[in-house]
Ligand binder design. Structure first.
Ligand SMILES: [Ca+2]
Ligand SMILES: [Ca+2]
Length: 288
């Protein structure tokens, strides 16, 4: 009986510790770009009034960036979009070589190495040529019109975070990007770039809304006893899919199938779990 009481005490302590962990995981998050604020482009009718700097070409027939309701917003009134008619239409010219940008400087608190960029986007383009690119660059980087020219995505000194792969996205969909943990404790220039070459492509180019950038201290996420698809909330204790950069613990007896790209600070296996790669990942390896 005494042992039972002690066990209960240990259990309570465990639950208390877990609560702290969950509390920590939920509330230790910093909103760096608010999707309902500057990230939603609804604080004003321009990039400037939303805290962004836009770099367009002086030629208004170029494929340039604008803020407004022309493409329709995901939320609120405004989105950011490409237009070759000074913003009056949501359209681009696939024969007018263009590279244009908008950007802002962001600071990630020290130790908050779980850095997540999310945004809503729709549009078309040409796979591998006419597309949205996103960079994290030193604040000394000054983007300019025409550079980098399609289909070069490398930008010296910058880290390429995202490449638009789907060239036909009719309705807004969320893109989730894990920013490398090495950007914790730094200030960097977050650059959204549109580029296209002189041939082929399907108008319109991208429209973007609800840009969100958050950072958090890594938390421990544990798989359920049964497991499941990595991307399924039901696979994880607490019902939340861990964002990249967190600490992952695969419970004993749990079978977890990796069905998405993953980047984690630490992956711990209890005795007996299995982790598999789904065929989507192009790998059939498993580990028992
Ligand atoms: Ca908006
Ligand atoms: Ca093209």
């Amino acid at each position: 009986m005494k042992n039972f009481t002690i066990l209960k005490g240990v259990l309570r302590l465990g639950i208390f510790a877990l609560s702290l962990l969950v509390f920590n995981g939920i509330f230790a998050q910093t909103t760096i770009i608010n999707p309902t604020g500057d990230g939603g482009f609804d604080n004003g009718p321009s990039f400037l009034s939303n805290g962004w700097t836009v770099v367009n070409d002086a030629n208004s027939a170029n494929n340039n960036w604008y803020v407004g309701n022309v493409p329709g917003a995901f939320a609120g009134t405004n989105a950011a979009y490409i237009s070759n008619t000074s913003g009056t239409t949501w359209a681009y010219s696939p024969t007018t070589v263009s590279t244009t940008h908008f950007y802002r400087d962001v600071t990630v608190p020290a130790n908050e190495s779980v850095i997540s960029l999310n945004f809503q986007w729709k549009g078309s383009g040409e796979s591998g040529w006419d597309r949205l690119l996103i960079y994290a660059a030193p604040v000394t980087t000054n983007p300019f019109s025409g550079y980098p020219a399609s289909n070069v995505s490398a930008y010296p000194g910058a880290t390429l975070l995202y490449t638009q792969a789907n060239a036909a996205q009719a309705t807004y969909t969320n893109a989730a990007v894990t920013v490398p943990s090495s950007f914790a404790g730094t200030t960097f220039r977050l650059i959204f770039t549109w580029q296209n070459d002189a041939s082929f492509g399907t108008s319109p180019a991208v429209a973007i809304d609800n840009v969100s950038l958050t950072s958090a201290v890594p938390a421990v996420f544990t798989s359920s006893a049964i497991g499941g698809q990595w991307s399924s909330p039901a696979t994880w204790v607490g019902g939340v899919v861990p964002a990249g950069g967190n600490l992952i613990s695969i419970a004993a007896g749990s079978v977890v199938t990796i069905d998405q790209a993953i980047a984690y600070a630490e992956l711990v296996f209890s005795r007996g779990p299995v982790i598999k790669y789904s065929s989507l990942m192009g790998c059939a390896a498993s580990r028992g």
